[in-house]
Design a protein. Structure first.
Lengths: 372, 590
């Protein structure tokens, strides 16, 4: 059953995609502004707190030398208080310090370790999220008009994978935002969406067209949509794992008395919270990827007569599955949690990207028709 | 606090004498190593790495011809790669070694865990810890004296509620001064985990069984042709290791008509095929009634335990070749092999029956012939708008009489004498449908009668695949269960205060990852409060922050957010009941 092609719809779709990319660009700037502004504000709060600390300490015991400034403030405070106002406390987000430890650094706070929304309003972040919602709405219109123009699901070639994939990534991000304050991931997710849209429009532009017979199956709808959604989730966890590594390094540096060079990381929850949330999202995405693999095998059996044939795409789907299975096992293995697990999550995502870009374009295989 | 330090055990003091292991000890040591999680993880990651070369190098099972060509093209390292089995990665010794070790490790892990879990499922929940306040989730409730609910009744109520919530409950010391209960739920988590891993073994076994008892083959069918499922019916046949020809059920498939729809709408993909439909007549066995069926891509036929797939198609020009004596030496469709865009195909016609000398033709078939200014011909459209056969002709010994097999799509012209060719005075043969050409020197003639379509079908029989699917579904069910069922333990202890109030304390502990433990604690608190009709003032603040503990097995050292009457583990309501009820019997459970 073939629907006819509507070129006008296709052109509308391309216009929507451009508009969406433009809106995302403004949202990206707003997210970046939020990071910059918040870290500046936090620094100011730090300075104030440090001054206060300096005053009280000097008043209490004048012989204890105290360095003034965000980097060294409270450096000589008694170790038992260290987790309250000392270096370790500083490595955490202010709110987690508030709820967990009772520090007074309340201004400029974001979500706490559980990544719930805190009371503090961050105007730039709110603007950024609003713009993202607007961009996603336009983007959705672009995806829908593309589907109407082609008379089928909008994921039959690289252009469509990229545009629809970017939409799903943004949509999943916005959905998670309802429950959790992950706005610190905004620059990353929106930046990626912009790159995907630009790449789609420049390098992979394809006019609306029919599907080749091999793709004309309801399994295309099931198999590819689950793959795209899992990939969107993997995108989030990749960003969180990368931040986790940075944060964990920063926490260690600060705990050892080093200077805090990455002030903006105070907006990001502590490494353990990041690890826990990315584990939960990875678990969902892993189940999704298992379905991708299985439904792919069922479809392969229907289309090619064998459910598994070590086609390049199958190989890489399998590799990704095994890497994330390794990640899940690592979380239950002593000595493999934390940093090592985060690396596995990152490697897994790099495989996803490799599978989508390099394998689709440069490796010959049965999936090649799904390329350009 | 967030760092889970990788504690390296200090190596024993140098003066300590290591006990010798002995051969049995060594074996036991090796087995312990192999079945350890660390080894399994290592093997798992190694499997991922080992699978990669299969996508980098051409693989024999997929296409042996490409491998041969690759070795020819890379004389320097092509052979070395072959000796490393890099063209047969997935059947190579090293790849097999990794997954076999992995599965042995898996079995070695699953069996003891299954036994342990079976025992756990049959045993009572663990005894009540002395200090519930040290558990990751902890809270207290106070029942006013005038409610008339003594400690024993309170514990019974709690037991009833927890049972309804799916917990297995064991009440201890019901009529004592400090009754308590232990409850546990979520045994399905480990069951799911075991099912997942066992099902993976099942998938592997099913795949192996498919390789042993399955078979597959290919056949090209021109419109009008009939395929009968016997060994001679196949153009190419790949039997499984344990295949017997008696497995073949002699069903038949006749190709009546093959239709292609080409895209005439979109600019970018003009002329791209968008639908293949093969009308076929099938018979389950020679005596069965004929049945009209439709074979399409993504829609295979099911016949005699096999599946028949539409995997290729093309044009088959129908030609008649007469030899020098004027007799018909060959007549019928010739399968043209796809070479380029728009069904630009190559044609090889071998006429061993021509007399006095054997004839051969090689050239191209173009459905819509165009010729560029430079004389290069190409096909402008996939449909038969201007079909054309351009051929060179040869005569001589085709070498078919010796009986050695030849590729029907290739012509070795080394021993043949050319009759017609572009560089000869006779020029090449150019034929349109209905036209014919007389060969020079009275060697005979060729006529182009018409064009038919052909399809390529793959026939597969894989007895393992249904089982592979069942095991895969089981694996997914197990996976989801193991990830989303939480194994939790709850303990409740009650006591009566001197002033008649009944004091209730409870604690929760999760085994493994459980981010919803705090939610469960809140839910249980709510249920208990409703049961005893406790006012808001005793239940306020019972919405604690979600547990941030990664692994509650290790939770006793980790901090946990909580507020209100919910005591935090760091600042427990210092032995709540002991200080109020003043009982010392809590030692009993220790």
């Amino acid at each position: 059953m073939l629907f006819s092609i509507n070129e006008t719809m296709g052109q509308y779709s391309e216009l929507f995609m451009l508009l969406a990319a433009g809106t995302y660009t403004v949202a990206f700037i707003a997210f970046a502004w939020d990071l910059a502004k918040s870290s500046k504000m936090l620094r100011a709060v730090d300075l104030k707190a440090a001054e206060l600390a300096a005053q009280t300490t000097t008043a209490e015991a004048a012989r204890v030398p105290v360095g003034v400034g965000s980097g060294t403030a409270g450096g000589d405070v008694d170790r038992s208080d260290a987790d309250v106002s000392g270096p370790v406390g500083r490595a955490e987000r202010p709110t987690s310090a508030v709820s967990g430890r009772g520090t007074a650094a309340g201004a400029g706070q974001t979500a706490d370790g559980s990544m719930r929304y805190a009371g503090e309003r961050r105007a730039p972040a709110r603007v950024a999220v609003a713009l993202t919602v607007l961009g996603a709405a336009i983007h959705a219109a672009g995806v829908i008009t593309r589907a109407l123009g082609a008379g089928r699901v909008p994921w039959g070639n690289m252009y469509e994978f990229l545009t629809t994939g970017a939409f799903v990534a943004v949509a999943v991000f916005l959905l998670v935002l309802i429950r959790r304050d992950l706005r610190f991931l905004g620059t990353f997710v929106i930046g990626l969406a912009i790159i995907m849209l630009v790449a789609a429009s420049i390098a992979f532009w394809t006019p609306v067209g029919h599907l080749v017979p091999a793709l004309q199956s309801y399994w295309l709808i099931i198999h590819v949509s689950i793959a795209v959604m899992s990939s969107a989730l993997f995108t989030l966890t990749f960003a969180m794992s990368a931040l986790q590594l940075v944060q964990s390094h920063r926490q260690k540096t600060i705990a050892a008395g080093g200077a805090d060079k990455l002030g903006f990381m105070r907006l990001v929850p502590n490494a353990l919270s990041l690890e826990n949330l990315s584990y939960r999202i990875n678990a969902i995405a892993f189940v999704g990827w298992t379905f991708t693999l299985m439904f792919g095998a069922i479809w392969a059996e229907k289309a090619w007569g064998r459910f598994w044939g070590w086609d390049t795409k199958e190989v890489w789907t399998f590799v990704i599955w095994v890497v994330y299975a390794g990640y899940l096992h690592a979380r239950a293995t002593r000595g493999w949690t934390g940093t090592r697990a985060a690396w596995l999550s990152i490697v897994g995502y790099l495989c996803v990207v490799f599978n989508f870009t390099i394998v689709n374009q440069f490796f010959n295989g049965l999936h090649s028709y799904s390329g350009l | 606090m967030s760092e889970r330090v990788n504690e390296k055990k200090k190596s024993p003091k140098p003066e300590a004498v290591l006990p010798s292991l002995g051969p049995l000890g060594m074996l036991r040591w090796a087995w312990t190593q192999l079945t350890s999680m660390r080894t399994a993880l290592f093997l798992l990651l190694l499997l991922a790495v080992a699978a990669v070369p299969g996508s980098l190098f051409p693989q024999r099972p997929a296409n042996p011809a490409i491998v041969t060509q690759y070795i020819k093209d890379h004389p320097d390292y092509g052979k070395i790669l072959d000796s490393l089995q890099l063209y047969d990665v997935y059947s190579s010794a090293w790849f097999s070694a990794i997954y076999i070790l992995l599965f042995v490790s898996l079995i070695g892990c699953v069996i003891p865990r299954a036994i342990a879990h079976y025992k756990a499922m049959r045993s009572q929940p663990p005894r009540t810890p002395a200090r519930l306040s040290r558990l990751p989730e902890y809270g207290t409730l106070v029942i006013p004296a005038d409610d008339g609910i003594p400690a024993s009744a309170a514990i019974s109520d709690a037991a009833e509620l927890l049972k309804k919530r799916g917990y297995r409950v064991d009440v201890r010391d019901r009529d004592g001064a400090r009754p308590s209960l232990g409850a546990e739920r979520g045994f399905l988590r480990e069951v799911g985990n075991l099912v997942f891993h066992t099902a993976l073994i099942g998938v592997l076994v099913s795949v192996a069984a498919g390789g042993l008892f399955g078979y597959s083959g290919q056949r090209i069918l021109v419109e009008g042709d009939t395929f009968v499922n016997t060994l001679v019916g196949y153009d190419q046949f790949t039997p499984g290791t344990n295949f017997q020809s008696s497995q073949l059920q002699p069903y038949s498939v006749q190709l009546d008509k093959f239709d292609i729809t080409f895209d005439r709408e979109s600019k970018g993909k003009f002329g791209q095929p968008i639908d293949f439909t093969a009308a076929v007549t099938t018979k389950e066995n020679p005596d069965a009634p004929a049945k009209k069926e439709v074979l399409k891509v993504n829609d295979p036929l099911s016949l005699g335990g096999t599946s028949v797939y539409l995997t290729g198609n093309g044009y088959a020009p129908v030609v008649t070749v007469r030899d020098g004596a004027g007799n018909i030496a060959m007549q019928g469709p010739v399968v043209a092999k796809l070479q380029g865009e728009n069904y630009y195909s190559s044609v090889v016609i071998k006429v061993p029956d021509a007399k006095p000398e054997q004839l051969a033709f090689a050239g191209f078939f173009l459905p819509t012939a165009f010729v560029t200014d430079k004389g290069v011909s190409f096909s402008g459209d996939p449909e038969l708008i201007n079909p054309q056969l351009t051929l060179n002709s040869y005569f001589g010994d085709l070498g078919l009489n010796a009986g050695s097999p030849q590729n029907v799509f290739e012509l070795d012209v080394k021993k043949l004498t050319p009759l017609n060719a572009r560089n000869l005075d006779t020029k090449g043969i150019v034929l349109a449908p209905g036209s014919s050409y007389t060969l020079p020197n009275g060697k005979g003639s060729i006529s182009f009668d018409g064009v038919k379509r052909y399809i390529g079908v793959d026939i597969h029989h894989n007895p393992g695949q249904l089982y592979a699917l069942i095991f895969a579904l089981l694996a997914v069910a197990g996976l989801v269960t193991s990830l989303y069922v939480n194994r939790r333990r709850v303990w409740v202890r009650t006591g009566t205060h001197a002033d008649g109030r009944t004091l209730v304390e409870y604690g929760l502990l999760a085994r493994g990852e459980d981010h919803r433990l705090a939610g469960e604690a809140a839910a249980i608190r709510k249920l208990l409060s409703e049961e005893w009709l406790l006012g808001e003032e005793t239940t306020t603040g019972s919405q604690p922050a979600p547990s941030t503990t990664a692994d509650n097995d290790r939770a006793d050292t980790a901090a946990n957010g909580a507020g209100g009457t919910h005591a935090t583990p760091e600042q427990p309501a210092e032995d709540f009941i002991q200080s109020t009820a003043g009982s010392s019997e809590s030692k009993k459970d220790q």
